[in-house]
Design a protein around this ligand. Structure first.
Ligand code: PLP
Length: 359
């Protein structure tokens, strides 16, 4: 690929992230570990009883309460909010949004207030007394929360909140859903650099990286980081809410926006954006049987808890690709655990197999 070959002095300077203001919420790199028992369990259900060697990057152990992929994005977004003199973070998400909860946790830590616009993507799914992330919204002290129906213009709804704050002499800073703009994507450029350094220190190389692909800041930011740092490992994004025809353009746009913000002189090649669909159905956030299998399999082989909305479906995708022979024996595959643990408490019966779920 031409983009990987061209290396200019300017491009090297572009990858120096130290010029962007950043708050630090995680003191050390997140663990990068093999999953030998999970890999063995997976192999037993793969063609010929052999499967890939699966590793995990524990981004569920990032900082904040508890952390996840949004922690990396917020390091740059909150630094920008503080630089602009904001006193309140305004963001949006679903009723069990990890992004909202982690943003609130960052706000508390910084002495800021925090307001949400919650999109009821599944009609009638919002409950004032819900557990999981919603409980944490209340425990961490969200200042206000507005619930709007699916399909609402979320940018406009958040702007209305910011306008109300301004009318009161306050200053809101609007963070888009998932923290996925160019600035937020820098979090996963930093994540790519961390991974590169760590792989070097541990003497491990990966043939494929598997990551969740939703609002696309993680997948797109990581891709920008791989291109900018000339890491040739392909990234496979498993969709959590869209199939490839709808997801790939989002990821491409995010990766390009991050490259542009960095000042990299490159066009993101369309074939570098690899998206896999079919694992998120019947709908975003609604459980399916393959997700339940994946969550149980990792929990019971390695003692690591995935979540039902994102990482469970992403791991179901990894398992499905291995069983289809698309991830093979002899390949080393890195799964990025992007967090989300609190929402298991909103899906207990489904995850234990006590309540029927979609196939
Ligand atoms: C938000 C989220 C994702 C998806 O990341 P995006 O950057 O929105 O694509 C994956 N996993 C978890 C646990 C999340 O909370």
């Amino acid at each position: 690929m031409a983009v990987l070959a061209a290396s200019t002095r300017d491009d090297n300077a572009a990858m120096d992230l130290s010029r962007f203001p950043r708050r630090r919420y995680t003191p050390t790199p997140t663990p990068l570990e093999p999953l030998p028992r999970f890999s063995a369990a997976l192999a037993a259900s793969c063609p010929g009883g052999r499967g890939p060697e699966v590793w995990i990057k524990r981004d569920d152990l990032l900082g904040l309460a508890p952390g996840g992929n949004k922690t990396r994005k917020l390091e740059f977004l909150v630094a920008d909010a503080l630089a602009q003199g904001a006193d309140t973070l305004v963001t949006c998400g679903a009723p069990q949004s990890n992004h909202c909860r982690i943003t609130l946790s960052a706000a508390v830590k910084e002495g800021l207030r925090c307001r949400f616009v919650i999109e009821e993507r599944v009609p009638d799914s919002y409950r004032d007394d819900a557990s999981g992330n919603h409980f944490l919204f209340r425990l961490l002290g969200v200042e206000a929360l507005t619930v709007v129906p699916a399909g609402t213009d979320m940018a406009a709804a958040m702007q209305r909140v910011a306008d109300e704050l301004r009318a009161q002499g306050r200053k809101g800073y609007v963070i888009p859903g998932g923290g996925s703009n160019a600035l937020g994507g820098l979090g996963y450029v930093a994540g790519a650099q961390e991974l590169q350094q760590q792989g070097f220190e541990q003497g491990v190389r990966f043939d494929v990286v598997v990551v969740g692909s939703g609002s696309s800041g993680t997948h797109g930011g990581l891709l920008a980081g791989f291109l900018g740092n000339r890491i040739a490992t392909p990234i496979v994004g498993i969709g959590v809410s869209r199939d490839p025809p709808d997801q790939a353009p989002l990821v491409h746009a995010e990766a390009q926006a991050v490259c542009d913000l960095l000042g990299l002189d490159l066009r993101v090649p369309h074939d570098a954006v690899r998206c896999v669909g079919g694992y998120w159905q019947p709908k975003y956030s609604l459980p399916n049987a393959r997700m339940v299998e994946a969550v149980q399999m990792l929990a019971r082989s390695e003692g690591i808890v995935l979540d039902p909305v994102y990482t469970g479906k992403v791991m179901a995708g990894l398992i499905g690709l291995a069983r289809a022979g698309e991830l093979r024996a002899g390949q080393r595959v890195l799964f990025i655990h992007t967090g989300g643990m609190p929402s298991v408490f909103a899906y207990e019966r489904e995850l234990l197999g006590l309540q029927a779920v979609a196939p």
